[in-house]
Each structure stands twice: as C-alpha cells, then as structure tokens.
Design a binder for this molecule. Sequence first.
Ligand SMILES: Nc1ncnc2c1ncn2[C@@H]1O[C@H](COP(=O)(O)OP(=O)(O)OP(=O)(O)O)[C@@H](O)[C@H]1O
Ligand SMILES: [Mg+2]
Length: 338
Amino acid sequence: MNAPEQSLKLSHIVKTYGPVEVLKGVDLDVRRGEFVVFVGPSGCGKSTLMRIIAGLETQTAGTVEIGGRNVDATVPAKRGIAMVFQSYALYPHLTVAGNMTLALKEDGVSKPEREARVEKAANLLQLSPLLKRRPAELSGGQRQRVAIGRAIVREPTLFLFDEPLSNLDAALRVATRLEIAKLHRTLGATMIYVTHDQTEAMTLADRIVVLNAGMVQQVGRPIDLYNRPDNLFVAGFIGSPKMNFLTGRIAEEADAMTVGIRPEHLKVDPQGVWAGTVRHAEHLGSDTYLYVVLGDGQEVTVRIPEETPIAVDDAVRLSPLPGRIHRFDAAGLTIPSA
Ligand SMILES: Nc1ncnc2c1ncn2[C@@H]1O[C@H](COP(=O)(O)OP(=O)(O)OP(=O)(O)O)[C@@H](O)[C@H]1O
Ligand SMILES: [Mg+2]
C-alpha cells in the first residue's frame, strides 16, 4: 500500500459551506521532496485546501492520503504535518526555545531529543543566539523564523506554509524566501506553500498549482505556466505586469477570439505593426512600463528594460516578439500554435 515516492495525494476534494461550494473537486499528486506552491485570487480556496490537508477542516467529499496512507480519520497531530501560518501566534511568556519545544513536550519527546532538535533547527535558521529571548524581544523576521523553527523540530514529512511571509517587509521577505529555499534543499522535505507573491511562486516552486473559484486551472513548472498557459485565466494570473489581452481585428488576424502578449514581449519599433499613443509611463529604475492606447482603443502595457526618452503623448509603433503571441478560443482555452 505504501507509496514512498508519493507524499500527498488529493482525490476529488469537495468542500461546501451550506449552499456554497468552495472546492469543486481538487485532484493533486505531490511527490516526496517536492515544493508545490498554490496561487490564486483571494477566496479561491487555497487556505481551505491547506486546512483540509492538515485535518483542521473536514472535506465534504474526496480523500486525502499522506505518505501513501489515507488520513481522513486521522487527527491533525498524527498526520505527520507541520503548518506555518501568516499569523504565527507565539506564546509571549515562553522563550524562543520554549516555543519551539512545546509541541514536542506534548508529544512526549524526551528532553535530550528535544534539545538536540532545537539546536539543529536553531542552527539552520540562525536562531541560536536568540533561544533564551521572549517573542517581544525579537524582530518580525526573527519571530517568523521561530514559527518556522517550531515546525521544523517536529520533523514532519509534510510542511504546509500559508502565506508565511506576508507580514514581513520587502527586504525581510526576500531574505526569508532564500532561507526557505535553502531549508527545502537541506531537509529534502515536501513543502506546500500558499502565496500571493509572483516572485515567491516562480522562484520557490518545483510546480505551481493555479486555483480559481475552487478548481485547479493548471499544474506545472513555473516556466511552463509562464510560456504555455492552458487558458486565459492562467495566462493572466502568472506574470507581472500581467499579460495584455487583445480582441477584435488584431485577434481575428491571428485566427483567435483573444490574443495575449506579455509586456516584456512587446518592442517599441518604428516598423511595428500596431500603432498607438503613450498615455502613461512608469519608471522603475531598471525597467520602464509604458501604457499605450492602440488605434482601436485597446490599452497595452509595454515593458522596456531601461530608461527611455519616450514620453507621455508620444506616438509609438509596437511589434510583438516572434513566437510570443498566445491565442485563445471563445471558451478562453489556449489554441496550440501550429
Ligand atoms: N467557515 C466558513 N464558512 C463559510 N464560508 C467560508 C468559511 N471559510 C471560508 N469560507 C469561504 O470559502 C472561500 C475560500 O476561502 P479561503 O480562505 O480558502 O480562500 P483563500 O484562497 O485562502 O483566500 P485568501 O487568498 O484571501 O487567503 C471564501 O469565499 C470564503 O469566504
Ligand atoms: Mg488564505
């Protein structure tokens, strides 16, 4: 029965709250050691799915298997998982070490074993000099690392992270993101991670799961979702700034209902096929985003990788880079290129 290579298997998970169907039949296989990231708009069911995996919520239908074993009747503490939430309540009266060992104590892990695990986790997370402090004496990033440490010491087979970095400032997010990536390499553990941050999703994930309205839209490697989205939703969701969508004559010429072109795949080009006027320009230092209204009134974003003399009200012509146009049919599904 045991499938050691398979860490998590979700089979047709449905969740309803009264008349509302929040998850509409989610299937997913996660291999051991894989880093899987869930993305999707607010309210699409990411946290509900995490809570069902953890056993904090019961699915209306479907099954959850962890490490090849059905855990539907297994309480959270016995599922071999550890969860890190956005709001990681630490106990204010306990030290860092105390917070990290509390659950182990409750599980009956011996004192020497507890100390060994805390030492190891503290080393990994650079918390060793802070073990005797209380949460009030730590920075936000340090507290977040304690919450991660508290998960590590349990030596779970499956880590669940639900937007663990969203309380941190930009610099700390990047630093902690790198730490989580390193942690994943070092521990070789399976990780499931929810984020709204494109960069986190693209850089951390072995595979990304795109959810919308309780349904999986596409599962794949980040670069494959970026290059070969299955449908309009995934095309518009993955990538920042988001893909431009054009309809009407421009789409008809490409034999599609809608065509998509990413801002970084448009070039300002005197010979360009599309003519328009710059309505707004955003200078980010490394990049400039031009907002261009085309002749037919449709607006596109163009990302050019440098400072530019182009200014608001300038007339420009644009060319799509060859092979970078995405075509969609009336149902919003990608039309494979010939
Ligand atoms: N206990 C509940 N009773 C009724 N509806 C609920 C309950 N919990 C969640 N929902 C609804 O289920 C849907 C999914 O919620 P969930 O928290 O999973 O979304 P999410 O994808 O995590 O969103 P976010 O990105 O904002 O965290 C939402 O529409 C939410 O309002
Ligand atoms: Mg959520």
